[in-house]
Design a protein. Structure first.
Length: 380
């Protein structure tokens, strides 16, 4: 058993753990998830709870691991409302141990999830280590019990469903719009969009996968010629997007950060439940808005509806009580530039992570050419 050693906290950029009585480190392999381990872990929050049995239902490995389990709880667990199906999420994939995305997601569920005015997954336990390695853990109710379906990048949502999603996205961003709860001093754990290495260095972090996609003839067939001739253009343009965002002055809100259909769950009502808060940020909404819209619409749907959809989103955001929202023409200029966020994200996607990248690359490449995104950012 690896024991936690005392560590400095916020003063050194680390955040105190929510359950300081926990003496053992969180596991780094899913095989360590057993009924005795789950009992010890949950007892930090639920004294007397016992996991009497634990059966693995499904293992899903991508950037991080989702482990679906069936658990038999004692009377304390049942009284606390625990279902018998849970989903545990942590960094058990054997990679990505140089970023803090799992700790960030655990902090979101611990500190902010209850403040959001949109559906999020029910989280029974959120925790992280403060040893500087960025490990975190969340224990969620298994969403399949809700009777809906998981979103996927390859789904054809249709224009009406995207309008519905944009209404939900406006509520997400309006939940803590310009709120003191997300100010730096109140939430030192919440990183600011494009002011943290996981954002600003995303292209460099993911470069080896970008190179893999450049070897794929199907990818090369849809990529712009100027990008194929100089692949580093995506790095240079993304750096300029970061400069543009850091120089911008507007109210902050909470953004999902990785806002595509694959990070949603569609409830039977058609409303989206927003998932995967590993890149949650204090940011401006255009990152989420552009990424979701362009990824969820076909190229023709986007061309025919984008301006009206941006206007609809703005109206819905203001309806949440958000003040100081920029005008539609200014949103349009943000939208044209934030296309690059989607380009750099999908050129690094590996299909075996769970989301099919080729149609997304095609949509974002087309948007980049339609809106002159590369030239805008690179000053050409």
């Amino acid at each position: 058993m690896d024991l936690i050693q005392p560590q400095p906290t916020v003063e050194s950029g680390l955040i105190p753990r929510p359950y300081p009585q926990r003496a053992e480190l969180l596991p780094w392999t899913w095989q360590e998830v057993t009924a005795p381990w789950l009992t010890r872990t949950l007892q930090n929050k639920y004294p007397g709870i016992i996991a009497e049995s634990l059966e693995v239902v499904q293992l899903i490995d991508s950037h991080t691991t989702k482990l679906r389990v069936r658990v038999g709880f004692n009377a304390v667990g049942k009284a606390a409302g625990f279902p018998d199906r849970l989903c545990l999420k942590s960094n058990w994939s054997g990679g990505f141990d140089d970023v803090d995305i799992c700790a960030i997601e655990a902090r979101f569920y611990h500190f902010l999830a209850d403040e959001m005015k949109v559906p999020t997954a029910t989280c029974r336990y959120a925790d992280w280590d403060d040893d500087g390695r960025g490990q975190g853990l969340i224990i969620l109710d298994d969403l399949e019990a809700l009777g809906g379906q998981f979103g996927n990048s390859a789904q054809h949502a249709g224009v009406d469903a995207v309008y519905t999603a944009l209404g939900g996205l406006a509520k997400l961003h309006g939940s803590l719009w310009d709120s003191p709860l997300i100010a730096q001093d109140a939430a030192p754990w919440l990183q600011t969009s494009m002011r943290t290495p996981v954002d600003s260095d995303q292209v460099r972090i993911m470069w080896r996968w970008i190179l893999k996609n450049l070897e794929d003839p199907n990818f090369r067939a849809i990529a712009p010629k100027h990008y194929l001739e100089e692949p580093r253009r995506v790095e240079w343009a993304f750096d300029r997007l970061g400069d543009y965002e850091r120089a911008f002055d507007a109210p902050y809100c909470v953004i999902l950060g990785d806002c595509h259909q694959g990070n949603t769950y569609i409830l039977p009502s058609g409303e989206r439940l927003w998932l995967d808060w590993q890149l949650v940020r204090r940011g401006r909404p255009w990152r989420d808005l552009t990424y979701f819209m362009i990824g969820a619409l076909t190229i023709e749907e986007r061309r025919q509806n984008q301006r009206d959809m941006l206007a609809f989103y703005r109206k819905e955001l203001i309806a949440t009580g958000a003040s100081g929202v920029i005008e539609l023409d200014a949103i349009w200029e943000q939208y044209r530039r934030w296309v690059m966020y989607g380009i750099q994200a999908w050129v690094a996607n590996m299909d075996h992570w769970g989301q099919i990248g080729l149609p997304m690359n095609e949509r974002f490449f087309a948007a980049g050419e339609d809106h002159g995104t590369w030239a805008l950012l690179l000053g050409e």
